[in-house]
Design a protein. Sequence first.
Length: 348
Amino acid sequence: MPSKKQRVEIPAAVAATVLFQSDRTCCVCRQRGKPIQIHHIDDAPRNNESDNLAVLCFDCHRDTQIRGGFDRKLDAQQIRLYKVDWIERVEGARSQRLGSTELEVIDEKQRLRYLQLREESEEYSYDFEADYVLVGSSDSKADHETNLCISAFVTGHLQRLRADAVARTPKKNEITRSPYGATVRDGLSISHSVSLFTPDVLSLEFQLVSYYAGDAHPNTDHLTLNFRLHPSMKLELYDIFEESSRYVDVLASYCLTDLHKQKLQRWDPADQSEQLRNRQDEWILRGASAENANFERFSLKKYGIVIHFAPYQVGSHAEGEYEVFIPAYELKSVVRGEMATLLNWKTV
């Protein structure tokens, strides 16, 4: 059995997030440019949870090893306080640098900050831009966890675009040398909207528009993030509905009916709509069947839930995006009582 002190390599994505949060700077002395390392706060090298990792310089890390004498050891409790304070300062500095403004205020203790992030590279021919929000309240620990998820969502897409753009550089150079006037830059644009913001819940929708050099048209996607704020918890469908209630069947039944009505309105009455009146659409039957994966994109509303369907999931690119709003009263038999109260859903 491995001993407590046996070191397990920190996953690259976790290390990148921890370093990004601290701006590659020691959270204690905060002297930029000093050599740094990632420290396990609880002194257990196998615990690679991000909450247990802090960026320290070599000098401050030595202070964590002090035992006895007149000097007081830099202990775990102190490091956690230093870390939270430093990350808040880094986020604040980035907000000012990237253009943060107050977006929505519930009261003096609960607000959203609007941020923008942009990056471009002439060497690798790509452009990235994103707007998003971070939450702020008197509960700094919960805010930090929620904001970490949102920031990781945005920076994760930036990192993926950057990696793809670098790998595609030879192809883009080849296009540039060709006689065709095609676009030779890769790009990703992320915009957001706030679906629901209360003292207890935050629901965000993200519209992603990507394009790659040589493609015929941009690609779009609709992704969502939903949070319980205090304590912080990223919400999945199984957090909202009773697991034993067969809630996926309820969602599928409602969506199948609604999507057929929507598709009938989008089709040319003189062409395919007559077919749809006589038989159900196979695309919808497949993409909105009672499978958990079909309902992963959802956003919360004041009076219900919206299911977002990915491009090509229930219709062609020409038909555009589909979404279905399901009122709370249609979900009263499957929603968790605690979540109905938290969302203030009226299920009668």
